[in-house]
Design a protein around this ligand. Sequence first.
Ligand SMILES: Nc1ncnc2c1ncn2[C@@H]1O[C@H](COP(=O)(O)OP(=O)(O)OP(=O)(O)O)[C@@H](O)[C@H]1O
Length: 235
Amino acid sequence: MEKNFIKLKDIKKIYKMGEIEIKALDSISFSIDKGEFVVVVGPSGAGKSTVLNILGGMDSPTSGELIVGDNEISEYSSRELTTYRRYDIGFVFQFYNLVQNLTALENIELATEICKDPLEPYKVLEQVGLKDRKDNFPSQLSGGEQQRVAIARALAKNPKLLLCDEPTGALDYNTGKSVLKLLQDTSRDNGMTVVVVTHNLAIAPMADKIIKIKNGKVESEEINKNPIPVERIEW
Ligand SMILES: Nc1ncnc2c1ncn2[C@@H]1O[C@H](COP(=O)(O)OP(=O)(O)OP(=O)(O)O)[C@@H](O)[C@H]1O
């Protein structure tokens, strides 16, 4: 595992709303190794989504540094950030965000069209257990299946980093578990660096590293030497 592949140093994010300043992130520092499965957990409003958006180049810090590999992302222009989002980052959102008039396979193909070194869309669909559903539209798939397509779409880009914002937020208990298992297996089997943001502290034991965030600060950072397979976690 490449140590400290991603580094956040004293990241602050202040949103100005007229006279009012909202400190979403108040000097956040932590690092992520290559291939690590990281869970970022904290209560609503803690700053989790802001961390994820900065990691993914969707937002820029007010101050501080974000380094990914040898690149200082926090210095990037908006054009460079576009390239970074396109080539280096896979996103998985709570509500899947699939294109409704494209099939499962077409959704994945569309994403790979703008990439440098994508994986074969059908193979990735097979990997997430959905090859038989390739010609189905999102409305013909269950929530869990749609989220699997969304994960396949993110993975097919062959990103350096997979970012997931409450990926099980819209799923029932067992479906949520199987989606988390897919993410955990993907990290293990493909050496993929995965960051999952959630308010559900119960899933923390499945992670290699747990970052707890509260009021825009890192409350604790814990390395888990023995991550538990998600199927053995109950909540
Ligand atoms: N674009 C924005 N403009 C103004 N304030 C914002 C903006 N985005 C986030 N905030 C504020 O920053 C703080 C952190 O928000 P963030 O969405 O990162 O929290 P979160 O931990 O992801 O919460 P949740 O679990 O509810 O999604 C909140 O007080 C939020 O209102």
